[in-house]
Design a protein around this ligand. Structure first.
Ligand code: UDP
Length: 254
């Protein structure tokens, strides 16, 4: 394989230079981390499943005209994406109390929220991604008021669409995290959905039994993490045909 220039290595993905200017290749690793990197493991096959699940969800969102960075999947572990200027925010949308919200506000996990809630966290590993208000975001110039309005309305549209899509296959979308980026076209700038949408950054529970099928299996040592992700892919009708063939995957090309 030709050697490619690595642009960035994150916890679960690597970004390489793409074939044309303005493109990147996003490589999905099997690494899982939690609690700001304090917990780490390799979950064999996770990268393959997340690549496929994220491709599917980004494509479905594209069909309803949500702009995304996804161009096409290249192979089991890689997808071609558009290069964007990432807005340093993690946008969390919640439908049901879980995780940090349940803990912070003392609400029992599983309680339906009166309405969907959107929260912002400042992307900083060093600071442990602190929660921030619109005031901080605009005062420190991480995004403008107009950009935040757009982020909010896109996030709620994504939530409505994905909630229905998952409900159709017997899954409850409890909460999820999105990231957005700026795409420059000549003088114009557009906000587009970036990163990935996968069980690494969504909570998905079985609609009937409330069984957790997402990354909480890893965070909370519930076991069978890969099987949970595989079940989500199976319900979406997108289990990679080759099955676990590439579950080990090629070594990352540096
Ligand atoms: N999330 C994420 N990355 C983060 C923090 C949260 O993808 O760095 C996702 C997480 O998977 C969940 C949602 O955002 O679907 C809300 O997470 P929460 O704030 O409850 O934090 P956690 O309990 O995961 O620490």
């Amino acid at each position: 394989m030709a050697r490619r220039r690595q642009i960035y290595e994150g916890k679960a993905k690597v970004l390489f230079e793409g074939p044309e200017p303005g493109t990147l290749i996003q490589y999905f690793k099997d690494d899982a981390t939690a609690f700001n990197n304090q917990k780490h493991a390799i979950i064999t096959g996770k990268g393959v499943l997340n690549n496929r699940i994220s491709e599917y969800l980004m494509m479905r969102l594209g069909e309803i005209n949500i702009p995304t960075h996804f161009v096409r999947r290249l192979n089991m572990r890689e997808q071609l994406i558009r290069e964007v200027e990432i807005i340093p925010l993690e946008v969390v949308v919640r439908n049901v109390a879980a995780g940090s919200l349940a803990k912070r506000l003392g609400i029992e996990e599983g309680t339906a929220l009166p309405r969907s809630i959107v929260e912002y966290y400042y992307k900083s590993d060093q600071l442990g991604d602190p929660m921030v208000a619109e005031e901080h975001i605009t005062a420190f110039g991480w995004a403008t008021i107009q950009e935040l309005d757009e982020i909010m309305s896109l996030s709620l549209r994504v939530n409505d669409f994905l909630t229905g899509l998952f409900m159709g296959v017997g899954l409850k979308l409890i909460d999820f995290k999105l990231e957005f980026g700026r795409l420059w076209e000549e003088e114009d700038m557009r906000l587009i959905l970036a990163d990935e949408i996968s069980p690494d950054n969504c909570r998905l529970w079985d609609a009937r039994t409330n069984e957790k099928l997402d990354k909480d299996r890893f965070r909370r040592d519930l076991g069978n993490v890969q099987e949970g992700y595989q079940e989500i892919a199976r319900r979406l009708g997108i289990l990679p045909e080759a099955g676990p063939r590439d579950m080990k995957g090629p070594e990352t090309v540096q």
